[in-house]
Design a protein around this ligand. Structure first.
Ligand SMILES: [Zn+2]
Length: 415
């Protein structure tokens, strides 16, 4: 399968792009379609790299608008965990399909997911055409015996996710240090290292979590995880709001990635944000995520990158902090190897966006600044992943059916 884009704008020039076998084969002003190419007329469209959503729970589209305006633990205990107890595997499939459509519409090519029934998530990713680093969440309620019981199931789930297809990568997803025992965390670290796969965990989202960690283990969260062999270049730590300088230095030393989730942190009022200035100074690898829609409540990485930049400026009192180009690089997964962001160049994966240059938000000014501060995901006209257009003219095939499925299932789960 081959694809050609003609006459798209890139850095002020009209260029052509050809994709073959999922990779960018040629890019430049002289590039024209070859016989057999599917051709996209790029006139009036602006070529740019896609977004990487570094942390989400995609199927939570099923619980959008259910239990908003509540404190985190109360929301989890009274709303989300009881509703999740009713989840069937098919619910997770359809909830993830809807999330994939939202992400395609917002120009996202790849996402990191932690949720129940990972194999269904993986199938939804494959059917949607996106890329996903997928994990089945592990929770043993701090009971090592329960943790040992679910090991076989966790390994089976990894194998099923790995078998789903080329665009899906398996990953381990221990929920958090307050829901998974030390023994299970150590086993997960070992399994992740053996299989050379990413591990995703929530870390230091609330101050209470850090206080409890120090009280129980006598050390701060990063030191605790490091003692269990957990921190390495494939470790993805979501939130990191309450990490201090010693945590960040250790995380940087181990080359682990911290993913900021500003919308969720503000919505749940967890008392702060990822300390970006200290993280940047320590040289921590960074990503950006939306978190699940229950705590966001959408999957628009364009909106997220604006919130990221603005919230960090507001918190620091420094308007020069986190300039647009740097915020975009983080949102595109280019500030962490594990996030897997790619660039527009021959030989790279054929993942790219065509934006509507005629939209008012992109009509004048610096392109990067417009993307961060002015645009939403609605400026995306075409999303291409692995050389395949997943959306053209803002139309994603099958959207109405997926919306109807999720609407019906959400009613059952939340009544
Ligand atoms: Zn999360």
């Amino acid at each position: 399968m081959s694809l050609a884009v003609t006459g798209a704008q890139l850095d002020g020039n009209a260029v052509g792009l050809r994709a073959e076998d999922g990779l960018i084969a040629e890019l430049g002003p002289e590039v024209t379609p070859k016989p057999g190419d599917e051709v996209i007329d790029g006139s009036g469209l602006m070529l740019c790299p896609p977004m990487v959503n570094g942390h989400t729970h995609a199927a939570m589209t099923l619980f959008r608008g259910y239990g908003d305006d509540m404190p985190l633990m109360e929301w989890l205990r009274e709303r989300i965990w009881p509703a999740e107890a009713k989840l069937e595997t098919e619910d997770v499939y359809w909830g993830t399909r809807l999330a994939c459509i939202e992400m395609i519409r917002a120009g996202t090519s790849r996402f990191f997911d932690m949720y129940w029934h990972g194999p269904q998530v993986a199938q939804a990713v494959v059917d949607a055409g996106l890329r996903g680093t997928v994990s089945s969440v592990v929770i043993d309620q701090l009971d090592p015996a329960k943790g040992r019981e679910i090991r076989a199931e966790t390994l089976d789930s990894l194998d099923l996710i790995a078998a789903a297809g080329d665009r899906v990568s398996p990953s381990l997803g221990p929920h958090a240090i307050y829901t998974v025992s030390s023994e299970s965390l150590a086993w997960i670290a070992e399994t992740g290292a053996e299989r050379e796969i990413p591990i995703q965990i929530h870390l230091a989202e609330t101050e209470q979590e850090v206080v409890d960690c120090v009280e129980t283990h006598g050390e701060r969260p990063a030191a605790y995880l490091d003692r269990l062999g957990f921190l390495g270049p494939r470790t993805v730590l979501a939130h990191g709001v309450w990490l201090d300088d010693t945590d960040l230095e250790l995380i940087a030393e181990r080359a682990a990635t911290v993913v900021a989730n500003p919308a969720a942190n503000m919505k749940l009022a967890v008392g702060g944000l990822l300390p970006y200035p200290a993280a940047a100074l320590a040289g921590v690898a960074l990503g950006l995520g939306t978190d699940g829609v229950s705590s966001n409540s959408n999957l628009d990485s364009f909106e997220e990158v604006k919130l990221f930049a603005l919230s960090q400026k507001a918190a620091s009192g420094d308007p020069a902090l986190l300039p647009a180009a740097e915020a975009l690089a983080i949102a595109r997964g280019r500030r962490s190897a594990v996030m897997g962001g790619t660039e527009l160049a021959a030989g790279q994966p054929a993942d790219f966006l065509l934006l509507r240059g005629s939209e008012p938000e992109l009509s004048a000014g610096d392109f990067d600044a417009d993307l961060v501060y002015a645009a939403s995901g609605a400026v995306v006209d075409t999303t291409v992943v692995a050389g395949k257009p997943l959306m053209r003219g803002r139309v994603v095939a099958g959207m109405d059916e997926v919306v109807a499925e999720v609407r019906e299932r959400a009613v059952r789960l939340t009544r």
